[in-house]
Design a protein around this ligand. Structure first.
Ligand code: SAM
Ligand code: DTB
Ligand code: SF4
Length: 340
């Protein structure tokens, strides 16, 4: 009742949402990961609704701006020069700025609000190629889209230049746990990854950091990778969870496919421990049924890679994805008033 005697619509009390914790232990996270499924998804849903009331899914379009011939030996990656003979992947030079911006415009036309550009580089080198990437970033931003790049290791100065060009986020994955890392990659260290992520954070660019499951790691490795992510303060703004795409010719070609429920568990756990982050259901959707993907959205994923190709491997058709989001009763995240 208001002072003048009229009934007024009571505003619902705002949900109490605690600040995210950065002190999760591996054991605690493992216990979450191994929670009985119904309980786990229920908990993830509660967290998801408390922190992301809107029920939207962000569509992030991905383009390989420089394909193949990478000097690193990441055992999962079709773009490593170490396995080029076996994979047969053709190397390509850096795409030109106009071609990339044309692709970004098409992605925007198809409904994407984020445009991610990936280069098969070990690290960024200053020079004309990096200058072109900076132009790509500012061009995408001028279109009113979020821009994300993944270019390998970088220095503080390079991160600052990307920030000046308007970059929204930098993707640099941990890929797996510190304990399992050397089974997968020998040409760089875990600390190299962490150092690059620190440069990105210091420059003010959002951090996009996640990993891959299905490479032969244990549940504890999965929990351990999530622990490193959740110990970042603040948490990465986006967390891509990839299921290995076992590409013929790579050392991991014979890995058995990740079970759908394992992906659901990983996503639900990421959602619970990093409540504010955008959790992206990333590579590997081609081997998940529509229902399995909907379960991932139900378990707290609120972004997908959108467009019929990831970097070098296939991804679902755009119409199929729009239909899936509609079927799940969710909405595509639209560009905001400033054009994002
Ligand atoms: N070269 C840069 C780097 O490694 O940081 C950027 C490009 S790299 C292709 C980006 C990420 O893609 C990797 O860190 C990895 O997480 C993911 N990725 C690559 N190959 C994959 C595969 N076969 N399956 C799933 N994810 C993969
Ligand atoms: C991420 O976590 N996954 C994307 C993006 N960041 C760059 C890459 C997935 C690559 C899958 C294998 C391929 O298409 O080459
Ligand atoms: Fe190179 Fe990145 Fe592939 Fe590793 S994951 S081989 S660094 S492109």
């Amino acid at each position: 009742m208001s002072l003048n005697g009229h009934h007024t619509q009571e505003k619902p009390a705002p949900a109490i949402v605690a600040e995210p914790r950065c002190d999760w232990s591996v054991d605690e996270i493992l216990a979450v990961l191994e929670t009985p499924l119904v309980e786990l998804v229920h908990r993830a849903q509660d967290v998801h609704r408390a922190y992301h009331e809107e029920g939207t899914v962000q569509l992030a379009s991905l383009l390989s701006i420089k394909t193949g011939a990478c000097p690193e030996d990441c055992k999962y990656c079709p773009q490593s020069a170490h396995y080029a003979k076996e994979t047969g992947l053709e190397r390509e030079i850096l795409l030109d700025v106009d071609t990339v911006l044309e692709r970004a415009r098409a992605a925007k036309g198809a409904g994407a609000t984020r445009f991610c550009m990936g280069a098969a580089w070990r690290e960024v080198h200053d020079g004309p190629q990096f200058d072109q990437v900076l132009q790509m970033v500012s061009g995408v931003r001028e279109m009113g889209m979020e821009a994300c790049v993944t270019l390998g290791m970088l220095s503080q100065d390079q991160a600052d230049r990307l920030a000046d060009a308007g970059l929204t986020a930098y993707n640099h994955n941990l890929d797996t746990s510190p304990e399992f890392y050397s089974e997968i990659i020998s040409t760089r260290t875990y600390q190299d990854r962490i150092d690059t992520i620190s440069c990105v954070r210091k420059s003010g660019i959002d951090v996009c950091c996640g990993g891959i499951i299905g490479m032969g790691e244990s549940d504890r490795d999965r929990a351990s990778m999530l622990q490193v992510l959740a110990s970042m303060d603040p948490h990465p703004e986006s967390v891509p969870i990839n299921a290995l795409v076992a590409v013929p010719g790579t050392p991991l070609e014979n890995q058995k496919p990740v079970e759908a429920i394992e992906m659901v568990r990983m996503i639900a756990t990421a959602r619970i421990i990093m409540p504010k982050s955008r959790v992206r259901l990333s590579a590997g959707r081609q081997s998940l049924s529509r229902e399995a993907q909907i379960l991932c959205l139900l378990a707290g994923a609120n972004s997908i890679f959108y467009g019929k190709k990831l970097l070098t491997t296939p991804n679902p058709e755009t119409e199929q994805d729009i239909e899936m989001i509609r079927e799940a009763g969710l909405h595509v995240l639209e560009a905001d008033a400033e054009g994002r």
